[in-house]
Write a protein that binds this ligand. Sequence first.
Ligand code: ATP
Length: 252
Amino acid sequence: MLLLENVTKRYGAFTAVDDVSLHIPAGQVFGFLGPNGAGKTTTMKMITGLVKPSAGAVRVDGVDVIADPLEAKRRIGYVPDRPNLYERLTPVEYCYFIAGLYGMARDETVARTRELLVLFGLGEKLGALIESFSHGMKQRLVMASVLLHRPRLLVVDEPMVGLDPRGARLLKDVLRREATERGLTVMLSTHTLEVADEVCDRVAVIHRGRLVAQGSPAELRAASGAEGAKLEEVFLQLTAEDPGQPEAGPAG
Ligand code: ATP
């Protein structure tokens, strides 16, 4: 469903993402792990068409993201790590605006907006201005808004930041349910390794722009020779810094 073929991103002499190939089948929740500055956000921006690869190709449902950006974007929902919201709108107005960008019909827009805002616990805030929302409430609004147009692929950068335990639980449940029942493909980056362990079918670890491992959390544990270990230990082992190596580049 999501295919990355030898994707590279260079900024001048610095290579942020180095020859990454990935295939994520439909209906899978895929976790993208790596230390700060490893290349997660850059990879996600190339998948969503916000950053152009220096080399390689990205296909979503067979559609080339660079050659056919509008067709690709119809299929994608993207939650950036620092989403920008129009704070002087209400959540309903914001969702109507987003639905308009995707050309959704009016009846469907009204029904979907209500359904998703209630699902994400914002049913009592429909008429409030977004500027009055807490960080976690804004996160939930963004999640609701990216699901409006029923994307086939959801790309989520650090979804758990700022969510309280109930919000985090809700989001994990929604992602798993959408993947299992509707075949939504999810790619999420996270530093919360318990989240990866709990919701992801497969994970990949990126380090200094290169993929250093991929498989189910259990497979990664087995490959590291630490089957009983936490994913955290596997992660630390895979991304251990060689003291002889210079830093990968400016912090991300
Ligand atoms: P974090 O976990 O800290 O969010 P990340 O894995 O998402 O990190 P990226 O944001 O993809 O990392 O950054 C990867 C590397 O590319 C970093 O060294 C970063 O400084 C560099 N980088 C990102 N964008 C640019 C840019 N526009 N120009 C130059 N370097 C960049």
